[in-house]
Design a protein around this ligand. Structure first.
Ligand SMILES: *Cc1c(COP(=O)(O)O)cnc(C)c1O
Ligand SMILES: [Zn+2]
Length: 396
């Protein structure tokens, strides 16, 4: 294994990787660091093509030492789909959608859960607990079951029924709170404190290895494009783990010497009903203030106070990216247009990215001829209510 230490991006403090770890003493999430020179000496990009079509093909850049601890349901290596018809409609002929809807548990959360659970198991964790809006809890309960770990998953009462059912189906201890994800977070914090080390807090960015699973989206995009980077990557941002992860992947790829181009400009897409990152980015701030009365159909991006705000904003600025909010009515209309043009039923978070790409092209931020990759982070089938069926039955 090439993992060397955990590093605090805020204060620089280093931590060993030999035991379960949460935040830095200063309150910042921690980032996993690797001996990139040793990785570059051990493996070349061409080698990956010979490996299985899942995220574990990047094992030198993942934090699991013993292959027996790898917990998998076949996650990763999702397709890059060209979308020429919809692309022509919005003036981006080189539009590509990475479809995470094909991932186990129906969202890219499975990437983080596969790697996070594998590493937790390797470090001797027996029970994990986490607050979630839905998809992350479904994924972590599922992978915990596969690894033989117990899970306590805490969700707001109005989290989608499908995600609650997935947790129960995986034998998880499901708890519902009458409130938001922040209230679920308080419940988990109390539970973890009371358990005295017997329960590991696997909340978003509170443990460092979920990010490692999600960064593989960045590696895949580059490998699938023939070790080239696109001009722009558009990502629906809630907790921001995927965006921070893709940025980290690009930095590692540079460190490895496997890409030399200018990194892609990253776009954080939020809903006008919950846009703390967009507001902070526009104001030139380094931190985001909590968003009051958060609400949107895109529940995966309903995160009023992301713990990784500093890292998200830094990634946007470092990549010369931007942040943009779109409204629910527009993203639902784009979901329908995209389905009719391309045949793929997007999740609302993915549709939000297409609305954002359309606006950014209209405003000139995305230039003519640029290659744009949009992440469809989940399966449209998990959100049946996005398509309204009002057809009357035909008379026989
Ligand atoms: C969680 C989630 C997001 C947001 O992901 P982050 O990496 O936490 O910003 C986007 N889309 C879907 C479908 C999700 O489940
Ligand atoms: Zn720190």
């Amino acid at each position: 294994m090439y993992l060397t230490h955990l590093e605090c991006p805020r204060c620089g403090r280093a931590y060993p990787t030999t035991e379960p770890q949460n935040l830095c003493a200063c309150g910042s999430p921690l980032l996993a660091r690797y001996d990139l020179a040793a990785v570059a000496a051990a493996v070349t990009p061409e080698r990956f093509a010979l490996r299985p079509a899942d995220l574990w093909r990047y094992r030198e850049l993942l934090p699991v030492a013993d292959p027996r601890h790898v917990t998998t349901l076949g996650e990763g290596w999702t397709p890059l789909l060209r979308a020429p018809a919809y692309g022509a409609r919005i003036g981006i002929p080189d539009l590509i959608v990475k479809d995470e809807g094909l991932t186990p548990t129906g969202s890219f959360k499975a990437r983080g859960a596969a790697v996070g659970v594998s590493r937790a198991r390797e470090l001797g964790v027996r029970r994990i607990a986490m607050p979630t809006n839905g998809n992350a809890g479904a994924a972590w309960a599922t992978y915990a079951a596969r690894a033989g770990l117990a899970s306590t998953i805490v969700m707001p009462l109005d989290a989608p029924a499908i995600c609650r059912r997935e947790v129960l189906a995986a034998g998880g201890d499901l708890r519902l709170v009458d409130g938001l994800i922040s209230d679920a977070g308080r419940h988990v914090a109390a539970l973890v404190a009371a358990a005295g080390g017997a329960v590991f807090d696997a909340g978003t960015l509170r443990e460092p290895y979920r990010l490692e699973g999600k960064k593989t989206m960045g590696y895949e995009i580059v490998e699938q494009l023939g070790w080239q980077v696109p001009d722009v990557i558009v990502y629906p941002t809630g907790g921001g783990v995927g965006l921070i992860g893709i940025h980290k992947a690009m930095q590692e790829l540079h460190g490895l010497g496997w890409i030399t181009d200018r990194p892609p400009r990253l776009v954080a897409v939020q809903s006008t009903g919950c846009a703390p990152i967009v507001r902070a980015f526009a104001a030139g701030e380094d931190r985001a203030r909590p968003w009051a009365d958060a609400r949107t159909v895109a529940y995966g991006i309903t995160v009023p106070a992301p713990l990784g705000d500093e890292l998200i904003l830094a990634a946007l600025r470092a990549s010369a990216g931007t942040a943009i909010a779109v409204d629910d009515a527009e993203l639902l209309a784009d979901l329908r247009h995209f389905g009719a043009d391309e045949g793929l039923l997007l999740c609302p978070e993915g549709a939000a990215c297409l609305t954002a790409a359309r606006h950014l092209r209209e405003g000139g931020w995305i230039r003519a001829g640029e290659r744009v990759v949009v992440l469809n982070t989940g399966a449209g089938l998990k959100y049946p209510e996005t398509v309204d069926v009002s057809a009357a039955p035909v008379v026989a």
